[in-house]
Design a protein around this ligand. Structure first.
Ligand SMILES: [Zn+2]
Ligand SMILES: [Zn+2]
Length: 79
């Protein structure tokens, strides 16, 4: 039995995510996304796909959002 670090749920199907060498424990992807997914700098949505990153390290969910922030020349990493 493990405990989700976000909602505190004790659940026998919790899973661990190792990120930056640190072990994080969650009971659901919802909680893992809440803790780990970056946020789009334009529309504020959680970035669950590949996303795009500007040269200065700012994250966007899509090229469309980056363009709306005046950042051009980016390509979707999924393409
Ligand atoms: Zn949870
Ligand atoms: Zn966006």
């Amino acid at each position: 039995m493990a405990t989700c670090e976000i909602c505190g749920n004790q659940y026998d199907k919790c899973f661990d995510v190792i990120i930056g060498g640190k072990r994080r424990t969650f009971d659901s992807f919802e909680c893992a996304i809440h803790a780990l997914a970056p946020t789009c700098n334009h529309c504020g949505c959680r970035i669950l796909g590949h996303g795009v990153e500007s040269k200065s390290g700012v994250m966007f969910c899509s090229v469309h959002c980056a363009k709306n922030e005046g950042i051009g020349g980016l390509q979707d990493r999924a393409s």
